[in-house]
Design a protein around this ligand. Sequence first.
Ligand code: ADP
Ligand code: ASP
Ligand code: MG
Length: 403
Amino acid sequence: MKTVVLKFGGTSVGSIDRIKKVCKIIAFYKKKKNRVAVVSSAMSGVTNELVNKSKSISNNFDKAEYDTLVSTGEQVSCALIAGRLKHEGFKSRSWVSWQLPIFTEGPHSSARISSIGIKELSGYIKTGGIPVITGFQGIGKDLRITTIGRSGSDATAIILAKFLKADECIIYTDVDGVYTTDPRDYKKARKIKKIFYDEMLEMASLGSKVMQPTSVQDAKLNNIDVEVKSSFVKSSGTLITGSKKSFSNQIITGISSTKNDAKITIVGVKDKPGIAASIFRPLSKNLINVDMVVQNISQNGKETDLTFTIRAEDLKKTEKLIKKNKSISYKELSFDKGLSKVSIIGVGMITTPGITYRMFKALSSKKINILVISTSEIKISVLVSAKNVKKAVAVLHKEFKLD
Ligand code: ADP
Ligand code: ASP
Ligand code: MG
């Protein structure tokens, strides 16, 4: 008998009608004699509404209360799913994370799951019950509610699959798999049959929101194959795996893009050891994520220019922190908003020369100016003006034969 973990995202449980449909999918697995555990997100839009409520109470809302608040959406959807399954004659009940418990480590709103108590849960599943478990949350050592980052239900499902030693972990969402690029933004995107963990991790981290990046890392670390499927249409999905069996020989697997980047350039900073650390220390303390960094080679050996990117919403705070940073001096500070990062991803680039050239040539053919470049073994990212993103994705999609 197989054990399957089924995770449903916000749009999949976005209305009463959708919840009834989701229960039909669950029933399908149950009727095929599987042992089934369900993880659900909140109904779509609910978590955002809760976040907005916290903001309207205080612009410095208490972090622990924030997690207690924003985790409530999942309790609603799980109770509705379990209630509907019972209505249809199945044995089912909801489990809120602290009832298992799901223990987490790390700070509020970006904690990570460290363990899941499965004793009672396993017994319940063995006797034919369908547990419906709240995604996105857990409890810390102090027993207070924590959340594990936006879109965190993906990670809950994957870690639950680990602890239950499940045979399958299926992420049901509103697209029927992982595509070469966001299918909502580019109609010629194609579904990818199989994708390596590392590629999915890069795509997710670089803006493809179909999977939460942390969850892909969890899948990789625990060697859990994950299938991404649609809860709306019946079709085969995408397998995220480490196995090398039957992969296509595509050089570039996918293209990701971000929407809201900002660039900061500090002109004429002293070129001496430790200066970059002095600039970035206060940013890191304030949990500002610095992404691409470029330091020019100093012309006179005394001064240099440093450019880096952050999320646009962190721009004001970053500006303040740099201006009040007494340990650095510089000639000029400049800021740029309305930028986007476009990335091509594929393990094939490790063994194929000339990919960087092809990328830059394709972009220049559309007169797209590249502001910053960063690379890793399996990705090349460029920063461009946000107004050029669609054009950039389209020309790269074509250049690397993904259309
Ligand atoms: P859920 O609520 O089910 O977790 P998400 O909104 O988190 O769903 O993720 C699904 C969305 O991810 C899709 O609607 C799609 O627009 C977006 N997306 C971005 N990049 C990709 C991609 N490469 N392949 C598929 N979907 C993508
Ligand atoms: N409901 C949470 C969010 O909107 C978690 C999730 O959807 O996975 O971020
Ligand atoms: Mg999601």
